[in-house]
Design a protein around this ligand. Structure first.
Ligand SMILES: *[C@@H]1O[C@H](CO)[C@@H](O)[C@H](O)[C@H]1NC(C)=O
Ligand SMILES: *[C@@H]1O[C@H](CO)[C@@H](O)[C@H](O)[C@H]1NC(C)=O
Ligand SMILES: *[C@@H]1O[C@H](CO)[C@@H](O)[C@H](O)[C@H]1NC(C)=O
Length: 421
């Protein structure tokens, strides 16, 4: 297991451990490895953080945010209903699917996960219309800013759009983290911007995803990779995610202010909650104060569905059906990150007030619809998988990223609806 597991988070598919660093520290040989006592400490810390209290008292339901409803219909409150016609594209018709998320190609035997569509209770969510979308986007430019979950969404977007026209890749960096595609006959540009922390960061990972030193994060400086391009975008999708849980040293005003789970360092423990909240405040402040006014969709936390164990010790996701409304209430980490997002988004909207700016910022609240799809993850089908040759537990499962095609296509249906009405 060691050699494949070590490559699990390997760039360019790399994401951080989807779980708290407490978990990852248990995993020897992964470069995050620390000791056992840290886990105990971490659990204690979580409890001290008053997590349970908040979980029980104030987890906002998906219907409790008036600002996320689109006019009369809350697009994010609904259920998955059977869709006999299946996905809009397949592994045969789309060439933009990463090998690690190409579940069809990698031999996922059940196809039922492809036969559901999202139905908001109060309205219909139309299927993505690639011709209509591209026509409306003539001469426009999109920037999609975030981590590998965002890249997951971009694959889906490119697959949906390429039914009308295949884009050409006009830019990529050496490591294919930042990429740009151009749809020639529409003069439409899609940019994928790799910025997992959204703030300025120094990451010391070798190509096996092993950390050689703690990540250094500058909480008061946004990542120039996206702020420098911001003015070129007419539309922006931006999101945080699992990277915020990593072991890191936090900086402000050019000095170290603390750390998250650093060992052997006499630094103040600053939980990742502080980091996440602070980062979102900065991001929203930037959006509000910039003279450039693209339409910005802030995408919410992406839930994982590891069961029985976690990502590093044999957790799996073998369900083949969506959850029904109310059947599943998420994981502890969801209940930490999501309220931070909703609070900071509300604060940002309140600060924008009734100004014309507020119309430019919207919540792309994919959390609830995604949390109802434990069946839609890559699971063991990250690599070509031969039935009978292996069983799902013998390979490291990916219960964080989504099969393409899969439920993540609905995220783009939502984008289309939110942007084009
Ligand atoms: C698509 O997936 C199927 C399995 O569902 C596989 O047989 C086929 O080779 C794949 N095709 C392409 C072009 O990847
Ligand atoms: C797109 O840009 C071209 C060249 O600047 C212009 O002629 C055309 O009218 C534009 N189309 C739209 C829909 O803005
Ligand atoms: C393409 O769109 C850009 C704006 O995004 C515009 O400046 C340019 O003139 C357009 N080119 C053509 C050939 O329409």
């Amino acid at each position: 297991m060691a050699s494949t597991s070590r490559r699990w988070w390997w760039w360019p598919w790399a994401t951080p451990p989807p779980f708290s660093s407490s978990a990852s520290r248990h995993h020897k040989g992964e470069g995050w490895g620390l000791g056992g006592p840290a886990l105990v400490k971490a659990v204690g810390w979580l409890l001290l953080a008053g997590l349970l209290f908040r979980v029980l008292c104030s987890f906002p339901s998906s219907t409790s945010s008036p600002e996320i409803s689109e006019g009369k219909c809350n697009l994010f409150d609904g259920e998955w209903i059977p869709n006999p016609s299946g996905p809009a594209y397949t592994n045969k018709t789309c060439r933009f699917i990463d090998g690690h998320q190409n579940c069809m190609l990698n031999g996922r035997p059940d196809m039922s996960y492809l036969h559901w569509r999202w139905k908001p209770y109060e309205c219909e969510l139309p299927q993505f219309d690639e011709v209509r979308f591209l026509s409306a986007m003539r001469n426009k430019s999109w920037g999609l800013i975030g981590d590998s979950i965002l890249r997951n969404q971009v694959q889906s977007l490119l697959c949906l759009l390429s039914k009308a026209e295949e884009p050409i890749e006009v830019y990529h960096d050496k490591e294919y983290r930042n990429r740009r595609w151009h749809f020639q006959s529409y003069n439409f540009t899609v940019s994928l911007v790799w910025s997992p922390f959204l703030t300025k960061s120094e990451v010391f990972e070798n190509e096996n995803g092993q950390s050689t030193s703690e990540i250094q994060l500058h909480l008061d400086i946004l990542d120039p990779i996206w702020t420098s391009q911001y003015e070129t975008f007419d539309y922006v999708v931006i999101a945080g995610g699992q990277w915020f849980l990593k072991v890191a040293v936090y900086w402000e005003n050019d000095r170290v202010i603390g750390c998250h789970y650093c060992q052997d360092k006499k630094l103040r423990e600053l939980g990742f909650e502080h980091l996440y909240r602070r980062t979102l405040q900065q991001v929203f402040r930037f959006i509000a104060s910039s003279n450039h006014k693209p339409a910005v969709l802030f995408r919410t936390w992406a839930p994982d569905h590891f069961e029985n164990a976690e990502w590093f010790n044999g957790g799996t996701c073998s369900r083949v059906l969506p959850y029904k409304k109310g059947e599943y209430s998420g994981k502890d980490m969801d209940r930490i990150m999501r309220p931070i997002e909703l609070e900071e988004f509300r604060n940002a909207m309140a600060a924008l007030g009734g100004s014309r700016n507020s119309a430019n910022l919207k919540l792309l609240d994919t959390y609830s619809i995604s949390s109802m799809r434990p069946d839609g993850h890559v699971g063991p089908y990250r690599y070509p998988f031969l039935k009978g040759d292996k069983d799902a537990k013998s390979v490291q499962n990916d219960c964080l990223h989504w099969c393409v095609p899969g439920p993540i296509d609905a995220w783009n249906d939502l984008v289309m609806k939110m942007v084009l009405g």
